[in-house]
Write a protein that binds this ligand. Structure first.
Ligand code: TRP
Ligand code: SF4
Length: 327
């Protein structure tokens, strides 16, 4: 039986952090064995809000691919490509835009939220409103069955399904209705206890060198009630402890929990243990990253091969689409 198809993408915004890893990448890597996967850099989507600021787009795409590969996205198993290299996405986006009622886009919660939140740039553009239509084109181009995304993307997936249903109804039943595969809410917060985000300057990056990891973890907040070393702590309110839950083996997590409560371990030691765990975890990723960044021609080959594979499928799909629309 042939494997079901998965497609997912990320906007290239530069190097990836631990939040991106546990919120998405890690999941992609696991899905590769059971699905035929397509992963792409959504550089046109990045343009919807960064159209004034395109200098770093190429470098950001490069950094993102290095992180994907170092985290275990395997080009032998999965197809990786860049959205803007497959102009068929733009054609399908245009055709879908003809059948997408404005009201569906205007009521999109992400759109409404971002209109309020993003105040430093003008996103009242045609392109930004159409963001989910382009996303729908990305997905159905490959007739993907499943789309691994975070909860924030669920409204976009719902819109994809509605537009797809409308296409199938108006023209021809060409596309399966894609379903989300929800990635768990990331358990990792930033070093300041807020959501880990590049914008908040609180992230630990996959490519951070050991010394920087040490400095960042040293700055992390612990249980605010634990003022002195002799005070018992409450691991449940401590961000360092949530990191241990991810990076340390269960017995050690239990041990840290109870020795924190009994004041037998101090925060300095607790952090030291975490630092060595995180450095050890990232070591193999970083060696792979170093390898690929000094053999970047291999990465270029991978992207070129991915482009060809994606484009073959995209061309076939567009032939079917044009025929269905009779254009
Ligand atoms: N909107 C997605 C995000 O911000 C990126 C994206 C674009 C995407 N096209 C996609 C994700 C298609 C999944 C499928 O994360
Ligand atoms: Fe947090 Fe560890 Fe300090 Fe307990 S000992 S408060 S878990 S850093």
């Amino acid at each position: 039986m042939s494997k079901k198809r998965i497609l997912s993408g990320m906007r290239p915004s530069g190097r990836l952090h631990l939040g991106n890893f546990f919120g998405a990448l890690d999941n992609w890597v696991r899905l590769q064995d059971n699905y035929e996967c397509f992963f792409f850099a959504a550089d046109w989507h990045a343009l919807t809000s960064e159209y004034e600021n395109t200098e770093s787009l190429k470098e950001n795409t490069r950094d993102m691919f290095l992180d994907w590969l170092s985290a275990g996205v395997n080009p032998q198993k999965s197809t990786v490509f860049i959205q803007s290299k497959i102009p068929e996405h733009a054609e399908l986006h245009l055709l879908l835009s003809m059948i997408t009622p404005l009201s569906w886009l205007e009521r999109n919660p992400t759109y409404k939220e971002q209109q309020l939140e993003i105040t430093n740039k003008d996103i009242s553009t045609y392109g930004f409103l159409g963001y989910p239509v382009l996303q729908a084109a990305d997905i159905i181009m490959y007739k993907a069955h499943k789309v691994p995304v975070g909860v924030d993307q669920v409204p976009h997936l719902e819109l994809t399904r509605e537009v797809t249903r409308r296409f199938n109804f108006l023209y021809k039943e060409i596309f399966p209705l894609p379903e989300p595969i929800l990635t768990e809410v990331p358990k990792l917060l930033g070093i300041d206890g807020r959501k880990m985000s590049k914008a908040y300057n609180n992230a630990i990056y996959l490519s951070d060198p050991p010394e920087l990891i040490r400095q960042k973890i040293d700055q992390m907040f612990t249980d605010p009630q634990r003022a002195r070393r002799s005070d018992p702590g409450d691991p449940e309110v401590c961000n360092v402890f949530s990191f241990h839950r991810i990076f340390s083996p269960t017995e050690e997590v239990d041990d840290i929990g109870s020795t924190c409560r009994s004041a037998d371990i101090g925060c300095v030691d607790c952090k030291k243990r975490l630092i060595s765990k995180v450095i050890t975890f990232l070591g193999p990723l970083q060696s792979k990253r170093d390898y690929f960044s000094s053999h970047f021609e291999e990465v270029e080959d991978i992207i070129e091969t991915g482009k060809k594979k994606a484009q073959n499928i995209a061309r076939e799909t567009m032939d079917e689409v044009r025929e269905a629309i009779k254009i």
